[in-house]
Design a binder for this molecule. Structure first.
Ligand SMILES: *[C@@H]1O[C@H](CO)[C@@H](O)[C@H](O)[C@H]1NC(C)=O
Ligand SMILES: *[C@@H]1O[C@H](CO)[C@@H](O)[C@H](O)[C@H]1NC(C)=O
Length: 303
């Protein structure tokens, strides 16, 4: 076989493998009292922007922003960093039972995903301190054209009650939009002093079938060296979602950006948590099959 043809096959192989590896990343981050003054600090902004740029959709919690200035500033710096203009945001109103209020903010790449619809969960019995602001996004996947995100930042003294009420939010949204592919995510405070192992394991979202807690118990999602708690979680539901699931992890930003504990704590006392969805489960199989075929072809030529 001519040399050129082998080179061509190799190139094709790499393209196929690269295409198969491209994933869609969904993240959640408790950015700890994210105010305008905080993002205006250069070092905080620099790190935040790098954390945000990793994600196709980021769900920020604890955004303390009565104007829209904090998010506008973040978006401006993000677009500058990424030299693309493909970032948009969607925010809830300020939520909370007393004078302290915060909002949920989605920041997403509008060239890869769009908001189909969103609503504030109607919390008639006041079960949540910050009721989920639910949104449905498109995905660049033929297998799973859309996914529903349900964010929650629990209040530490009501973790069990709120996490059980989260099951009702799941029922509400999956019926409303006829979509079982739901990702529940955020700072659930689901560990340490806020929730014992026994109570964790008796939650509806643990007992009912079909819910996959992809950030495992024992994973440290806290920045402080002296703490080790799995507060931040991602729970995946639905066949489509499951079949595309590629990876789930915390993002240890202090280690990645070589920050001291103190520097990291100026950004947040939490790590972001992330899931990666592949574009198409079937395609991955097709890719690896094609790759194997090409490889054996190549090897037979080398004999
Ligand atoms: C987003 O925040 C702005 C400013 O606080 C507010 O006016 C707007 O109503 C919020 N969006 C939603 C959907 O609540
Ligand atoms: C946190 O605790 C778990 C056990 O619950 C352990 O496996 C893990 O290594 C600890 N992580 C850190 C960073 O200390």
């Amino acid at each position: 076989m001519p040399h050129m043809a082998v080179r061509g096959l190799l190139a094709l192989l790499f393209i196929l493998l690269a295409a198969g590896a491209e994933a869609f990343r969904i993240c959640a981050f408790n950015a700890q009292r994210l105010t305008l003054a905080k993002v205006a600090t250069e070092q905080v902004m620099d790190t935040l922007v790098q954390i945000l740029a990793r994600c196709d959709i980021m769900v920020l919690q604890e955004v303390v922003d009565s104007s829209q200035k904090t998010v506008s500033l973040l978006l401006r710096e993000l677009k500058r960093f990424d030299s693309s203009n493909y970032y948009s945001s969607l925010n809830s109103s300020l939520l909370g039972r007393n004078t302290y209020k915060e909002k949920y903010v989605y920041i997403y790449r509008s060239d890869k995903t769009q908001v189909l619809n969103s609503y504030q969960y109607d919390d008639t019995d006041d079960l949540f301190a910050r009721e989920p602001f639910v949104a449905q996004f498109t995905l660049p996947s033929k297998i799973l054209p859309s996914v529903v995100l349900v964010p929650l930042h629990t209040t530490p003294k009501d973790v069990e009650k709120e996490l059980n009420a989260l099951y009702d939010v799941f029922l509400d949204v999956s019926q409303r939009w006829q979509n079982e592919n739901v990702i529940l995510l955020g700072d659930f405070n689901a560990d340490c002093a806020s929730l014992t192992k026994k109570r964790l394991n008796s939650l509806l979202l643990r007992i009912k079938p079909g819910f996959h807690w992809v950030i495992p118990d024992g994973e440290d999602t806290t920045v402080r060296i002296s703490t080790n708690c799995t507060y931040d979680r991602i729970v995946v539901h639905g066949q489509g979602c499951q079949s595309l699931l590629q990876a789930a992890a915390t993002f240890n930003f202090p280690r990645n950006f070589q920050l001291t504990e103190e520097e990291a704590l100026s950004i947040s006392d939490h790590y972001p948590v992330e899931v990666e969805l592949s574009q198409a489960a079937h395609c991955i199989q097709l890719f690896s099959l094609t790759a194997q075929l090409l490889l054996s072809l190549l090897l037979s030529q080398l004999d």
